[in-house]
Design a protein around this ligand. Structure first.
Ligand SMILES: Cc1cc2nc3c(=O)[nH]c(=O)nc-3n(C[C@H](O)[C@H](O)[C@H](O)COP(=O)(O)OP(=O)(O)OC[C@H]3O[C@@H](n4cnc5c(N)ncnc54)[C@H](O)[C@@H]3O)c2cc1C
Length: 380
């Protein structure tokens, strides 16, 4: 065992409270939420009351003002218990930080306290039907009209898309200027012309609401601009390492949770008159997976430490995302195999975890894009 050194005793106390909350408020209902295609909206408010949402938000805006380790603990606990419908990571680790970092004083006061309390659920809308990896190819525009902007375009695959009260929308303010013509806007649900499309039917993350969003002549005041006009792409590049760290945390800790469940299963299950845990193949598979997960955890924790010190660079974050999500896929597949036919049954956590894991290599920048980022740096 390599002891984890990234957390202090106060973090472990926080972990305990998150774990207890999830056991009572989420785990018993998650199966129903899978059928509903979304978690109960009230869960967000309950989590807000406990201080589990966006804990890094400074105290003057209603937050706890702690470092990213508290976000990481919430992510770890959701992942380990397979509660993949809960979109707090997207809110706390990805969308809300844009408001904290680039928001005006007025925007921060208006939105952040409600993001912390759970009254506001956030989303970030980058991807479009014809542009995902190629973010510069987005077609959504925000055209100045007097003191306002008029937004037109459509987005897809947006996490928290049904529940979202506030969306960070990526749009072109100068379509001729390439990356320099990209800006971010805060668009509130209910703004005329902003419609949520259907909740998308995915192969995994069944309790997670993922949606299309449509913007037709959506008029927003100039105060809806987040940060400076034309700086959107720069902001996205600056903040993507935290998004990739979030994905890596989910990868390692959901894999760890399933490995533990698999060890229990193979110990109980018998074939040819003995526990399948006694077969050399079973032990060899478990040994390989445990070894790889141990080394991934050490690497990931080091990335987390660097991130707390604001030293995690984009290339290292890309390595963490790629390494851990590839490993997650491998762990889920091998663990499913060790469950035999039961592993293919939805009621077994390993089946869900196998389906949930697949997207981790796709969103947050595909793993091919991670290789581009890493490879470019190597040969520059
Ligand atoms: C469940 C889910 C949740 C999501 N949540 C969000 C969200 O909240 N907000 C948001 O904005 N987006 C979200 N996404 C979108 C996600 O980020 C994109 O799907 C992803 O970036 C890939 O884009 P794409 O689907 O357009 O694939 P494409 O870009 O069309 O890629 C297709 C294939 O081509 C490969 N490829 C593309 N370019 C290159 C290249 N230069 N070199 C080599 N290979 C390449 C890709 O790796 C991939 O294998 C989500 C997606 C899913 C499925």
């Amino acid at each position: 065992m390599i002891p984890r050194t990234v957390y202090e005793p106060e973090h472990e106390m926080f972990r305990e409270s998150v774990r207890k909350f999830l056991e009572t408020e989420a785990a018993p209902y998650h199966e129903q939420w899978e059928k509903d295609g979304e978690v109960d909206r009230g869960l967000w408010n309950k989590a807000g009351e406990q201080g589990f949402l966006a804990p890094t938000v400074p105290e003057e805006y209603g937050g706890v003002g702690v470092d990213f380790r508290y976000n990481a603990i919430v992510d770890e606990e959701c992942a380990r218990s397979g509660l993949t419908g809960i979109g707090w990571g997207l809110h706390s680790d990805i969308a809300v930080p844009y408001i904290v970092r680039y928001g005006s004083e007025e925007q921060k006061q208006k939105y952040l306290p409600k993001c912390v309390s759970g009254e506001i659920v956030t989303a970030i809308a980058m991807t479009e039907p014809a542009a995902g990896s190629d973010l510069q190819g987005i077609k959504t525009t925000a055209v100045k009209d007097g003191d306002d902007y008029i937004i037109n375009g459509s987005k897809t695959f947006i996490t928290n898309g049904q529940h979202a009260d506030l969306v960070v929308v990526v749009a072109k303010t100068d379509p001729q200027a390439g990356a320099k013509g990209t800006s971010l806007f805060l668009v509130e649900a209910g703004t005329p012309g902003f419609e949520k499309g259907k909740n998308l039917n995915k192969i995994g993350l069944k309790a997670q609401d993922t949606s299309e969003l449509f913007f037709q002549d959506v008029r927003v005041p100039k105060d809806a601009l987040l940060g400076e006009e034309g700086m959107g792409f720069v902001y996205l590049m600056q903040d993507l390492p935290q998004e990739r760290l979030n994905i890596a945390i989910l990868a390692v800790h959901s894999a760890q949770g399933i490995l533990e469940k698999t060890i229990e299963y193979v110990t109980e299950r018998k074939a040819f008159g003995k526990s399948i845990a006694t077969f050399q193949n079973t032990q060899f598979k478990l040994a390989e997976l445990d070894t790889e997960l141990t080394s991934a955890t050490v690497f990931l924790d080091r990335c987390l430490e660097l991130h707390i010190e604001e030293k995690l660079d984009a290339v290292t974050a890309a390595k963490a995302k790629m390494l851990t999500t590839d490993l997650q896929g491998k762990v889920m597949d091998e663990c499913l195999q060790l469950h035999g036919g039961y592993g293919y049954m939805w009621e077994y956590p390993v089946a869900r975890a196998w389906a949930d894991a697949r997207v981790q290599r796709i969103y947050g920048g595909t793993n091919e894009i991670m290789k581009l980022i890493i490879g470019r740096e190597l040969v520059k």
